[in-house]
Design a protein around this ligand. Structure first.
Ligand code: ADP
Ligand code: MG
Length: 305
């Protein structure tokens, strides 16, 4: 397959209306008392009638499959090294990482501060290329793609939730959520409706016009989540999603991501030092000093500390 074909393929498989169905269900995670928006049916008219269904997960999963074969990893790292050059000194932040991530996994990469988690996330998200070794996204070697091709694939495939939220300080809540849609050929009206809907889902319709500086940490994180979902990417990558949040807000965020995994079959990858997040994982990768210590498969919600 050529790159253009791959991109076209992704496009047709990504059905922007599909996510709204699951988001609606996931919305029940959110405490309604805080969510006083009246206008929630607005997305309805844009959806196809076949949406809401109890079998949405499996149906949706089939529909949105990216890998041609379920035994094929969605992301594959082989002997990946990341070496940072600081003047004369070299520092190896990742030392020979081998990792395969499959579609529909909820992967938690657990490790202490400085173990290389953010570095790994940047590679998994194709934001950076390895110093040595290879990163494959859907069997394509990302180092063979030029920056614009990479940016396009990234834009359609991956929703990022960064540690620092990465909101643009001069843009309002709504404009921040609209940002990823600017790079897609979206009609402006539809884009605005999507942003409205997503903000409603994360309980922030009343903060549309606020700047990030006027929001609490938890609210900023919710804006970041709404933004990461704007293009309905099949993969969600989150760096310390609970890092700056109180435990109640953190739980809410995780339940939300869990809903996207359960109901939408999205592939969720979280890097964190927070042991509490392990309970959501289908697989846990323990990382230390830039190396994988061990990988444990688990049945979701069965790990108790
Ligand atoms: P974590 O996210 O697990 O805290 P990071 O991936 O951010 O770890 O960093 C791993 C190691 O690489 C740390 O020792 C950090 O100091 C170092 N490091 C990260 N980014 C850079 C950089 N741009 N230049 C030099 N060293 C870096
Ligand atoms: Mg980090």
């Amino acid at each position: 397959m050529t790159l253009t074909e791959i991109i076209e393929n992704f496009k047709t498989k990504l059905n922007p209306s599909k996510i709204m169905d699951s988001l609606e269900k996931t919305a029940s995670f959110y405490d309604e008392s805080e969510n006083d928006s009246e206008e929630s049916g607005s997305w309805e008219e844009l959806q196809s009638p076949e949406s809401s269904s109890a079998t949405g997960f499996f149906k949706g999963y089939e529909k949105s499959r990216i890998t041609r074969d379920e035994r094929e990893p969605l992301i594959k790292l082989t002997d990946v090294w990341k070496i940072y050059q600081m003047g004369e000194v070299e520092f190896a932040a990742l030392k020979g990482i081998d990792l395969e991530i499959y579609e529909g996994e909820f992967l938690v990469v657990l490790g202490p501060s400085g173990s290389g988690k953010s570095t790994l996330m940047n590679l998994l998200g194709c934001l950076d290329i390895p110093s040595k070794g290879t990163v494959f996204l859907n069997s394509n070697d990302i180092s063979e793609l030029d920056e614009s091709e990479l940016a396009r694939i990234r834009g359609q495939m991956i929703g990022f939730i960064f540690q620092s939220f990465n909101l643009i300080p001069t843009l309002s809540t709504e404009e921040n959520v609209l940002l990823p849609l600017e790079f897609q050929e979206e009609d402006a009206h539809l884009a605005r409706k999507k942003a409205e809907y997503l903000l409603d889902i994360v309980g922030l319709s009343n903060k549309k016009k606020n700047l990030p500086s006027q929001l609490s940490g938890g609210q900023r994180q919710r804006v970041a989540i709404a933004r990461s979902l704007a293009v309905n990417p099949p993969i969600i990558l989150a760096d310390e999603p609970t890092g700056n949040l109180d435990s109640k807000t953190g739980d809410y965020i995780l339940e939300f991501l869990d809903g996207l995994h359960e109901k939408e079959g999205k592939t969720i990858i979280i890097v964190t030092h927070d042991l509490d997040l392990v309970k959501y994982a289908t697989r846990v990768v323990y990382i230390r000093d830039g190396e994988i210590e061990k990988i444990e498969k688990q049945k979701k919600n069965e790990s108790e500390e």
